[in-house]
Write a protein that binds this ligand. Sequence first.
Ligand SMILES: Cc1cc2nc3c(=O)[nH]c(=O)nc-3n(C[C@H](O)[C@H](O)[C@H](O)COP(=O)(O)OP(=O)(O)OC[C@H]3O[C@@H](n4cnc5c(N)ncnc54)[C@H](O)[C@@H]3O)c2cc1C
Length: 360
Amino acid sequence: MSDLFTSASFLTLLTDLQQAICEESVDAWPREQLAAMARAGVMQWDVPVEWGGLDFGPVEQIEGLRLLASSSLVSTFIWTQRSAAVRRIAASDNQTAKKHLLPRLLSGDIFATVGISHLTTSGQHLKTPSVSALPDADGFVLSGTVPWATSATQADFLVTGGTLPDGLEVLVCLPTDRQGLEVQAPITLMGLNASQTGAIVLKNVRVDRMDLLHGPIVGVMRSGTGGGAGSIGTSALAVGAATGTLRQFAKESQQRSDLAEFVAPLTAECERLTADLTAAALGTETAMAAERLRQRANSLVVRSAQAWLAATKGAGYVAGHPAERAVRESMFFLVWSCPGSVLAGNLRELSCATFATNGE
Ligand SMILES: Cc1cc2nc3c(=O)[nH]c(=O)nc-3n(C[C@H](O)[C@H](O)[C@H](O)COP(=O)(O)OP(=O)(O)OC[C@H]3O[C@@H](n4cnc5c(N)ncnc54)[C@H](O)[C@@H]3O)c2cc1C
């Protein structure tokens, strides 16, 4: 494991994030948190060495994500979407795009995000693809709606995809000021509003070969272009959020010894999950094992936040209390980047009728 995570500068970053999350307005773009991450070198983690980055391996990546998320979920989540864009650009054979984008992503001169869920988890029951890609002389013409793109209003580039008439898919990287690309106003969410998440409408957007990152290919998101829906990176975020919640719950229990019996098993579960996360990062886990990990992480983050809220009683239910924020933010994991099996696992747990059958 990299010494970075025990270095004074990284520990200062974690403290700065915890401080900034209290100070920055809950719905405002977390400028100071992202600047602190950039100052601490986080923007280098995912960029390949040949482009000046550190190119963290899976173990460092997962542990870094977990620690960052334990201090601030929203800024870490924003960073993961930028990181997903960086990795898909880095994995492309398009040398021109890499040369044009990676050094500027590394320096922070430009910001990128992904709008790819319509190729994985959103609208999968619909017959017509959300975004169509029609071949033309120089490349493709993209039309449709990218339903979700975090930090869309802040991003200079969008990695997104479309489906050709024959079912093959392409992944492209577009400047957000490309003609026909319309970033919609951010949606009001249950939590994480600071992430500025919204839809992007594409109206006959011309894409040339220089914009093309991957494809045309069957299932472009399954073709080794970076972590997919429900990857262990998403679990790292959930375990990190649970770690942050349990840290605050444990602090509360220091004044209230009656809470210790509830904090202890959740903390032990969190430690087990953290160890399993590291093991998963080290090995070649199957998609099924990764999805099982995500279900467990979802369960823990939701229960930890709700247990803390219950312990804080009515005071915790007042808007602005960190426990109510933790509950709202934990719900995010039930809907974000959940493949079908993770969703089914979550629903199975939530519909478990132990109390109902006793008539209690
Ligand atoms: C805060 C937030 C930020 C996100 N950021 C990003 C991002 O930056 N990039 C990105 O690519 N993705 C992002 N996502 C998308 C995310 O990963 C999931 O893809 C998304 O949450 C799935 O929800 P959906 O409503 O799009 O799913 P859908 O499956 O499209 O469901 C929409 C609605 O359709 C109905 N429905 C679903 N299935 C069926 C069915 N079989 N039959 C009939 N009706 C059905 C349901 O009523 C459902 O409410 C984000 C999501 C959230 C919540």
